[in-house]
Design a protein around this ligand. Structure first.
Ligand code: ACM
Length: 646
């Protein structure tokens, strides 16, 4: 059973180890004649992925649309078509027998989920490809399993969004949250307020047609798409277009840096609400989802404090402080959105007294707001602990359970927690690098939000993630391939092997330190550097650390030799890489890092051989090796130190 590489792990599974369903070129699917197109298309995609993986030339080039053929090897059925909404039915049952496979969902969405499971079950032996004989009854733990993509800080072509939707579907995620406007841009066409996209986007925005295309693509895969229009703060792009709505006189210009900015909508002006009603009406008609995210985060209120009209307004309305003013603002938005048949959702700053109960709290600064929201009978979702842009390892996100909170929650309170969202803020990603920040780590979050709480062994997660990692590539995702393109550019066409050897054991600086308090990069800075080819949770480094730990706990000759082999490669790497660095000025910034890798590898080797002299200046070498280079850090220094101190 532990051999299976399912992710997310199903709610219930039994495996019959003695039997296999053999896949032959005759393999064919039976589907009811009246199956909806979404299911037919999903089954066709399934077949194409299956032949892509197996190299089998299936005799059936497309699906039979006749009634479920009792002869069919794989029989798919469902009782009803469901809408794509919060609370859609995702349950399914998958029974793989030695000569028949049955997939059944109460709704068609269960079928979509089950097809992904079956693909993940694919395995092989000397005889060829097979599905293991299993019985699966599966249902998600949380109803809201999302991924936020910030398309503001860096714009993404529709195709890139679609690939990520496919990635989400592969790990059974069900909400794409599009962060559509911020200080750095307004990214959706607005026909009623055209200056928004004309002046606020540098020409980089989605047309209505493109938005519909994205939503249709997502819905076909059982995924909701929720828009976010971030107000009243994060408003520079809006105010670049309509400065008269600002709390300060302006003029405003699209922001080029990252960070918390002051431009804020004026909550004391009726024009603001008129504007927002027009904007929200148009956006709401574009996005069928019931939920409309209004942001609401990081408003420091400096322009509110400085505006005498706003101060007078607050006195007249007996509004005590800026939080209360923002609640007033939010109440007005709730009215607008409720009239449009939408529920307001916002970042946790909006959780203030007098907030209407039908709003949803999106916790990002900590779990306290999640607990408070649940206790005060607000529905809520969690993103704190799921920030992909911080560059933390998958294990950190994996162990962050929305129900794992400081205070005891009643069952009812727990049920207020709808789920969570991984967030991909895009200050430091380009269309080329974004996949490597989202995947494969987000698959671990997908499992946290789908699978039973008891599924939480980190080693086993990584074992499965390794397989899911390359399977995701079949969807066009570039998390493993794009970095080679970057590396070839860095090496100016020379052999990239030595650079790759280094990049495999470094990670971009974590937290937000790569960008030095938002001062190093603008939205135009190149993202073609070593730090962009480097990836969070560097696998080679992680596996080395694990091998060192394992060796130190249970040393043996073979383990030692494996470590020695790796260390020798690193020891010699600088000699090769330095020649490329000499010919490529863009690589100068990592010369020190490269040298450090060789030096610490040398220390590791001597330690393993018991030849590390006391006269060696290891302390300084290790200290230098912990310094950043090219905004990246070596990830094996602690392990080397452990070898040294054994
Ligand atoms: C946020 O990260 N400012 C929601």
């Amino acid at each position: 059973m532990t051999e299976l590489t399912l992710m997310p792990w199903p709610a219930e599974i039994t495996v019959n180890k003695d039997q296999k369903f053999r896949i032959t070129p005759d393999f064919f699917i039976g589907l009811k004649a009246n199956s909806i197109p979404d299911v037919q298309k999903a089954a066709t995609r399934f077949l194409r992925r299956l032949d892509g993986r197996t190299g089998l030339f299936f005799k059936q080039g497309f699906l039979s649309e006749k009634d479920v053929n009792p002869e069919a090897d794989f029989q798919i059925s469902y009782l009803r078509k469901d809408r794509i909404f919060l609370g859609m039915e995702e349950m399914y049952q998958l029974t793989v027998g030695a000569d028949k496979i049955f997939l059944h969902g109460p709704s068609h969405i269960g079928v979509l989920r089950g097809l992904e499971t079956l693909l993940q079950l694919l395995n092989c032996d000397e005889e060829g490809y097979f599905f293991p004989v299993v019985r699966i009854k599966d249902v998600p733990r949380f109803r809201w399993r999302g991924l936020l993509i910030d398309v503001v800080r860096h714009w993404l072509p529709v195709e890139k969004i679609k690939q990520n939707i496919d990635g989400m579907a592969a790990v059974k995620m069900n909400v794409l949250h599009l962060h559509l406007c911020d200080d750095q841009g307004f990214r959706v066409e607005c026909k009623k307020l055209p200056l928004l996209h004309e002046k606020g986007s540098d020409g980089q925005y989605y047309s209505h047609e493109q938005i519909r295309e994205i939503i249709a693509y997502a819905q076909e895969r059982g995924i909701r798409v929720m828009p976010e229009i971030d107000v009243p703060g994060h408003a520079t792009a809006i105010l670049t277009a309509y400065p008269e709505l600002g709390s300060a006189p302006g003029p405003y210009e699209i922001e080029r840096k990252a960070g918390i900015m002051n431009p804020t909508l004026n909550p004391a002006s009726e024009s603001t609400y008129k504007f927002l009603e027009t904007l929200f009406t148009e956006i709401a008609s574009l996005f069928p989802d019931q939920f409309f995210h209004i942001g609401g985060d990081e408003n420091e209120g400096k322009h509110w404090d400085a505006n005498p009209d706003i101060q007078t307004f607050m006195r007249e309305h007996e509004i005590e402080d800026n939080s209360a003013l923002q609640t007033y603002f939010n109440q007005r938005l709730v009215e607008i959105l409720n009239k449009l048949g939408k529920n307001l959702i916002g970042w946790d700053e909006i959780l203030q007294p007098d907030l209407p109960r039908n709003t949803i709290i999106h916790s990002w600064r900590g779990k306290e707001s999640l607990v408070q929201a649940a206790k005060e009978e607000y529905s809520c979702i969690l993103s704190h602990g799921y920030y992909m842009d911080l560059g933390y390892p998958a294990s950190t996100h994996y162990l962050n359970d929305p129900h794992d909170v400081e205070e005891e929650l009643t069952e009812k309170e727990e049920s207020q927690i709808l789920g969570g969202e991984a967030t991909m803020w895009s200050e430091l990603v380009s269309p080329r690098t974004i996949d490597s920040r989202i995947w494969p780590r987000t698959a671990a979050i997908a499992e946290r939000l789908w699978s039973p709480t008891s599924i939480k062994k980190v080693d086993d997660m990584y074992r499965r993630l390794k397989v899911i990692d390359y399977q995701l590539e079949e969807l066009g995702l570039e998390h493993n391939t794009a970095r080679e393109v970057i590396m070839r550019n860095l090496c100016r066409g020379e052999d990239i092997t030595p650079l790759k050897t280094l990049i495999d054991v470094i990670e971009p600086m974590k937290g937000y330190s790569r960008n030095q308090d938002g001062e190093l990069y603008t939205m135009y800075s190149p993202l073609t550097l070593v730090a962009d080819a480097a990836r969070p949770d560097a696998k080679v480094a992680r596996e080395f650390r694990k091998r060192v730990k394992d060796y130190l706990e249970n040393p043996d000759f073979e383990k030692k030799e494996t470590l020695v082999k790796q260390l020798v490669i690193w020891l010699e790497n600088h000699n090769h890489l330095v020649k490329i660095i000499q010919k490529s000025p863009i690589l100068k910034e990592i010369k020190g890092l490269s040298e450090s890798l060789s030096k610490v590898a040398g220390i590791g080797l001597l330690s393993l051989r018991g030849e590390l002299g006391t006269d060696m200046n290891t302390k300084n070498v290790l200290k230098t090796a912990r310094e950043q280079g090219g905004r990246c850090e070596l990830q094996i220094v602690d392990a080397i130190e452990d070898l040294m101190n054994r």
